[in-house]
Design a protein around this ligand. Sequence first.
Ligand code: NAD
Ligand code: DAU
Length: 339
Amino acid sequence: MTVLVTGGAGFIGSNFVYYMLKKYPDYRVICVDCLTYAGNLSTLESALKNPNFAFYKTNICDREGIYEIFAKEKPDIVVNFAAESHVDRSIEGPEIFLRTNILGTQVMMDACREYGIKRYHQVSTDEVYGDLPLDRPDLFFTEQTPIHTSSPYSASKASADLLVMAYNRTYDLPTTISRCSNNYGPYHFPEKLIPLMIANALNDRPLPVYGKGENVRDWLYVEDHCKAIDLIIHNGTVGEVYNIGGHNEMKNIDIVKLICKKLNKPESLIRFVTDRKGHDLRYAIDPTKIHNELGWLPETRFADGIDLTIDWYLKNTDWWENIISGEYRNYYERMYGSR
Ligand code: NAD
Ligand code: DAU
C-alpha cells in the first residue's frame, strides 16, 4: 500500500507520517510539501532515513509536478493535509488561502481521477461550522450542522469540502472528509495558541490573549487525530463526513494560566490585546458518528497531553528557537506590534 500525504512537513501531517511509518512498516509513505513558512524539513529528519519514505518538495497547485509524482509513485490512498492553516494570516491576506486550500485540493483530486486511487481523504476542520454561543453548552457540531464560516481560512476550507463532495457525486471519486477540532502536540508551529504561549513564557515574553480570553476551543492531542484518520481511510464509508473531537472544551485564558503554572511563570506576563476580527466564540464537536461507526475514542487525556507537549517543547528548543529567530519575527511584529 502506498499512502501519499500532502503537507507532511507541517504540524499534523508530520505526526501522521510518523504514525503511519510506525504502525504500517510494510506501507510506503510519500510526502508532498512545498515547504511554506509552516513546513520544516528538519521535522522529517528521522522519516527521511526510512527506506519506505520519500519526500517531494512540490506545491499542490503545480498540476504538472503533482501528476509526475502520481505517475511515478502510483499512490493507493491520498490524505490531503496541505493548507494555509492560520486564521490570523487569512485575515491579513486571504488570496493564498483560496489558492492552496481550494485550487490545490482541485489539483489533488484531478490527479486522483487521472491516475486512479482507492481513497482520497480531505483533512478539514470544525471551523467550517462557524461557532456556537458561549451560553449554550448543550449545543455541539454534528455532521448535519450547516456550513456557516467566519474567516477567509474557514471559508476556503468549506469551499474545498464542497468541491470534494462534488467530485464524489459527479465523478464517483472515492472520497472521505474529516472535520477535527483544535489539535495540540509536538511540532505545532509557534504562531498557534498553545506553542506560542509555551515559547513566549519560556522566554519571559508577554502572553497576548485576544479579547477577554473567554473563547472556547475543544482540544485534541494530535496522535488521536492521526488514529481517527487512519480508521477513516481504512474503514470509513466513501462519500461520508466524520467529525473528530474529544469533548475537551477549555477557555483560552484557562489554557494560558495552566501553561504559566506548569512552567512556573507569573500570570503577570498575560496581556489582554485587541480581539481577532470575526473571532469565533466556541467550538465543540459531537464525535458520536465516528465512535459508533468506527470505534474511535480519544485516548490521551488533556492533563497528560499538555504535559507531553510542554515536555516536548522543553526538550526540542532548537526546533522552535530556529523558527522564531527567522522570518517569524517580522510576522510577530506585524501581528502583535501595535495590538
Ligand atoms: P500547518 O500549517 O502546520 O502545516 C501545513 C503544511 O502544508 C506545511 O508543511 C506547509 O509547508 C504545507 N503547505 C502549505 N501550502 C502548500 C502547498 N500549496 N503545497 C504543498 N504544501 C503546502 O498545518 P496543520 O495545523 O498541520 O494543519 C494541517 C491540516 O489540518 C490543514 O488542512 C488544516 O486545515 C487541518 N486542521 C488543522 C487543525 C489544527 O488544530 N491545527 C485542526 C483541524 C484541521
Ligand atoms: O478548530 C480547528 C482549527 O484550530 C484549525 O482548523 C486551524 O487550522 C487551527 O489554526 C486552529 O484555529 P484557531 O483559530 O482555533 O487556533 P489558534 O491557535 O490560532 O487560536 C486558538 C484560540 O486562541 C483562538 O480563540 C484565538 C486565541 N489566541 C490565539 C493566538 C495565536 C489568542 O488569544 N492569542 C494568540 O496569540
